[in-house]
Write a protein that binds this ligand. Structure first.
Ligand SMILES: Cc1ncc(COP(=O)(O)O)c(C=O)c1O
Length: 455
């Protein structure tokens, strides 16, 4: 008999086979995955990825104007994922030359790329304007001038939206509405007329203003802030039409929809989110008599987090009877998942090779890196028999794990594989020690000194 997953937290293809006692993801039993790819290992479930992408697309289908779903590359990007995103008909939101280049080299259509970020460099802007970009979300006056200059040199006219701070900020349940937001991103609303003046006069030949963009936060569990955001943005669209005779056509409401990392988490589902967003747009646009804009979304985490699982092997354990504490250390940690150390992110995990044993023993799941703060899970329930060699599966690691990874302690990064139908395909190869030293150089002068010392 096969036990199916808790699909809120585990990838859709997660399964436990009673007859073999083995856990599998994408139809590949974990021992087989280890034999092929080793540990630690980022495992991406293709079924979950595709299902999430399709659910975004279908949830917004009934919106009467165009919709563009952009995957926020910062959550997780590889060339293989670019290909999958393209197959599913999504665009990509990039925030650096590196993310753009990854998409470009994957033959991703550049018109489906949007470039965000608060300090785009001249090199980055030249790269994207030269090779092509769907939209640039302009963050500040400095950038606006750079775009104008580069567009002038290349004889292009660049389509832009303006990133604004709408006075709404939200993280999980923490929802704040402020008059003027303290944020490093975007234009505050009092600057908006100055920017539009500049674009519509001096920069009219090089820059075409198509709309507005806002991103109100991450891991958001409420839909109301998005509904409020739409009203704020449509009012701005209305006022801009009144004052400039300019009818904006693009509304980018950012990403931020939350996911369940723990069983008590209860994020909204994509279709509820879509329905409330669409209803508000239709109702409010009609109320103020404004044509429905094209809707742009930039989800990151909600598209990829649950598809990802990290597989580790247990090494050392340390029991401290005086304080009744047990540390269980795995062969990865803050180098492949910095989020718990960085901002106290929480995860759910289990011991896969002892799936059937009751998980009743409280331990602290530690990493192998030389920082006391390298703790992956502060209080994890594991079987009483936990021992070196056991396999730990940490769920929900498909977003902001690999992209925030490092070579701290010169530990090579894990491989990332895509699993489906009993197959595993490598998305990123495991780093080797030679990769670690590949860019190191010993200064010439040191080599000469060494030779003379030997002489
Ligand atoms: C501008 C912008 N768009 C989209 C996202 C994606 O957010 P999430 O992964 O929470 O959906 C982010 C995340 O920081 C962002 O800054």
């Amino acid at each position: 008999m096969t036990t199916s997953p808790n699909t809120q937290i585990q990838p859709l293809s997660f399964a436990f086979d009673e007859s073999t006692g083995q856990v599998s993801i994408g139809g590949v039993p974990l021992p087989e995955l280890i034999k092929r790819h080793g540990t630690p290992l980022y495992i991406m479930d293709e079924e979950t990825l595709r299902q999430m992408m399709q659910s975004y697309k279908s949830a917004f289908e009934r919106y009467p104007a165009p919709v563009q779903v952009l995957f926020a590359a910062k959550a997780n990007l590889t060339m293989g994922l670019c290909a999958l995103i393209q197959q599913e008909g999504l665009g990509i939101d990039v925030v650096s030359g590196g993310e753009y280049y990854t998409a470009l080299k994957s033959n991703f259509p550049t018109e489906n790329l949007v470039f965000n970020g608060n300090n785009k460099t001249v090199d980055e802007l030249e790269l994207v304007i030269h090779h092509g970009i769907g939209l640039i979300s302009v963050d500040n006056f400095h950038e606006l001038t750079l775009i104008h200059q580069i567009a002038q040199q290349t004889g292009k006219r660049v389509d832009v939206v303006l990133r604004i701070t709408p006075g709404i900020e939200c993280h999980t349940h923490d929802y704040i509405k402020t008059g003027l937001l303290d944020s490093k991103f975007g234009f505050d609303l009092s600057r908006l007329s100055q920017v539009i003046d500049l674009i519509t006069t001096d920069y009219n030949e090089t820059i075409r203003l198509t709309g507005l963009h806002a991103h109100i936060g991450s891991q958001i569990f409420e839909i109301k802030p998005y509904v409020d955001l739409i009203e704020v943005m449509l009012n701005l669209f209305y006022n801009i039409r009144e004052h400039y005779g300019l009818t904006l056509t693009h509304m980018n409401i950012g990403g931020g929809l939350g996911i369940a990392y723990q069983s008590q988490d209860d994020p909204p589902n994509v279709s509820d989110y879509a329905n409330q967003v669409i209803d508000k747009l239709i109702d409010y646009a009609e109320k103020i008599d404004f044509p429905l804009p094209m809707l742009i979304l930039e989800p990151g985490r909600s598209l990829v987090a649950t598809a990802g699982t990290t597989l580790y092997r247990v090494g050392s354990t340390k029991v401290i009877p005086e304080i009744n504490k047990t540390y269980v250390a795995v062969d990865g940690g803050m180098g492949d998942n910095i989020r718990p150390a960085l901002y106290g992110a929480v995860y759910t995990a289990l011991i896969a090779n002892k799936y059937n044993e009751p998980h009743t023993r409280h331990v602290t799941l530690a990493g192998k890196y030389c920082e006391s703060g390298d703790i992956l899970i502060r209080d994890l329930l594991v079987p009483e028999s936990i021992a070196p060699g056991d396999l730990v599966l940490v769920f929900g690691t498909g977003a902001y794990n690999y992209t925030m990874s490092s070579n701290y302690n010169r530990v090579p990064r894990p491989a990332m594989v895509l699993v489906n139908d009993g197959q595993s395909q490598v998305l990123i190869q495991r780093e080797t020690y030679d990769d670690i030293i590949a860019r190191d150089l010993i200064p010439e002068s040191f080599l000469t000194q060494k030779v003379s010392a030997e002489n």
